[in-house]
Design a protein around this ligand. Structure first.
Ligand code: CA
Length: 217
């Protein structure tokens, strides 16, 4: 899952990006509204964390312009006690908001829920055969036993599971699993898939030759 964080306070931007990476997200950052809009329009993010008060283009303007072309889920960071901001945010097409200073765990939970809802999922836990994926705990079990996955492997499993039943192209996987600073070789994806199959069963991820990969329901 790939997230864009648009925030002009450097310390907050850095700590948010780091916290999200620790949760296995690929993270891109933008420090002003122009850069944020450009990136938001250029890539298929799974969600955008968008500060309201931004230089160049504020969060509202960015959101209004983005909504002309994209439905990317947006979580707004609004100022404390600005009820008008929240109402305006939801009216403009924001999907959710947290009030600054926010609790990190709450922001992460809201982000997970946003991504889940946008993929049409209602539950934190995804069951696929004997494999169970708890997206809140980032815990994967097979036949009741915990399976250790690397952050990349988990990201790949979680993305395919969220879109289970669909064929996900390699291009889409690269776009959703790697951030703008990654310069991974294309065969790396095959290595991750191979390692996941060793852990979760060969049939867990199906190769659609010429198209991509899928996890069946
Ligand atoms: Ca700001």
């Amino acid at each position: 899952m790939r997230i864009l964080v648009v925030e002009d306070e450097p310390d907050l931007l850095r700590s948010l990006a780091q916290a999200l990476r620790e949760e296995s997200y690929a993270v891109d950052t933008a420090a002003d509204g122009d850069e944020g809009l450009h990136k938001a329009e250029s890539w298929e993010y799974d969600a955008i964390v968008l500060d309201v008060m931004l230089p160049k283009l504020d969060g509202w303007q960015l959101l209004a312009r983005l909504r002309k072309t994209k439905k990317t889920p947006v979580l707004m960071l609004t100022a404390r006690d600005r009820t008008m901001d929240r109402v305006r945010g939801l009216d403009t097409g924001a999907d959710d908001y947290v009030v600054k200073p926010f609790d990190l765990d709450e922001l992460l939970a809201r982000l997970r829920a946003l991504i889940r809802r946008s993929a049409g999922q209602t539950c934190n836990t995804l069951d696929i055969g004997d494999v169970s994926i708890d997206t809140a705990a980032r815990l994967v079990t097979r036949a009741g036993a915990v399976v250790e996955l690397t952050a990349r492997e988990y990201g790949l499993v979680a993305f395919l599971a969220l879109h289970r039943g669909e064929v996900v192209t390699r291009t889409a996987l690269y776009e959703h699993l790697f951030d703008e600073d990654d310069s991974s070789l294309s065969n790396l994806l095959d290595v991750h898939v191979s390692n996941i199959r060793k852990k979760l069963g060969h049939e867990f991820i199906i190769t659609r030759r010429g198209h991509g990969y899928s996890i069946e329901t």
